[in-house]
Write a protein that binds this ligand. Sequence first.
Ligand code: CTP
Length: 442
Amino acid sequence: MKNKRILLIIGGGIAAYKCLDLIRRLRERGAIVRVVMTGAAQQFITPLSVSALTNERVFTELFDLNDEREIGHIRLSREADAILVAPATADIIAKMAGGHANDLATSVLLASDKPPLIAPAMNPRMWLNPATQRNVARLKADGVRFVGPDQGEMAERGEAGPGRMSETPDLIAALSAMLGMGHSGPDASGPLSGKHVVITSGPTHEPIDPVRYIANRSSGKQGHAIAAAAQRAGARVTLISGPVTIPDPAGVDTWHIETASEMKAAVAGALPADIAVFCAAVADWRVDNENGQKIKKAKGAPPPALSLVANPDILKTVASLKSGRPRLVVGFAAETEKVLEHAQAKLKSKGCDLIVANDVSSATGVMGGDRNCVHLVTRDGVTSWPEMGKDEVAQKLVEELARLIETGVANQPSAAKSKSKAKARAGRGDAAKNARKKKVRK
Ligand code: CTP
């Protein structure tokens, strides 16, 4: 960050207070921070505190003759190595998507010659609103990068979901990635260069009451590894992750969601994409009668009956889109028996182009483990890969996706050597018939 000029545009949200810490941490790393504050931002923190921390004047007005003489909005944006909008409200995102320039912040953004980094922060309903998701998709298609929002409690009491502004270390990591430091950015000569890849990963949590939920054993390791490999291959990657304990892949735009419904909305917001990979272990059901309060044990009363309803099938929805369907739609089949048979049935029923099938019975240790043994199932046949690390599976799969999108998905995946071996290996999965696929965690 040393001597990097960061232009921070602070929007009007309660998360603006986090910018004070962000400025300190950026300056500790040697960055030169200039700040533009919107009118609403000044309702949350004062230009005086910001100016004290940046040791620079704070820019607030579009038509301030003095400022315009000294440093106009064009210079403000051109002199920055990176522009960060944090917190980015639904309003500022909408204005950016529409190309508005009616205050200093939006004028700077419109006059910029480099795509900014956006750190959204808003109420979850505002974030998930189709209008916001449309605006976000528009900006992403224009090459604008996003960090967050994170999942969690809102400042408003009792509100939770996606919409928290990312924490300072995540903002700095995303800025570093954008400045091409800390890790290699997308490779412009990579096989997926210029492609947008959307990936779902991890489990979903379906709440029973405020403290209990339905979940599954997915760790997100395979999906996250695919996201990292696609990014290395030059793609712009949007990773939509359920609750996992592993870190976001560096440089990958990662959205955090909790439930299947939120994942579906996030995927819709992330499209259009060239390739969509559905690696998440989405809970098939959610609780119909989710309790607003923690369910209490009543003396002598029977355990509560949970009534379940089906969750939306995200893979099937995207694979059957009449317009805007990604060119390559990839599903995963996590099976505990008859792996190939089920995978072939899923290829048909979901309408996708490729199913990556794996045996997740407990004897294999795939769920939560670091290794995987997969079979690639297309309409043309089956290709089985030997057992390998999840990173290696990800790397090979991304190479395969690059080949398929280049040559058309009707082709047989490469290295299609052993159909019979594949059948034999898949049969071994029948052993663990009793493996639990879903569980209720307290
Ligand atoms: N999937 C999805 N949305 C769902 C359920 C599954 O997008 N509501 C996707 C998964 O991400 C995966 C594929 O569909 O790519 C297969 O998921 P899986 O759970 O193995 O299959 P199901 O359709 O749920 O069938 P079953 O549970 O009966 O095996």
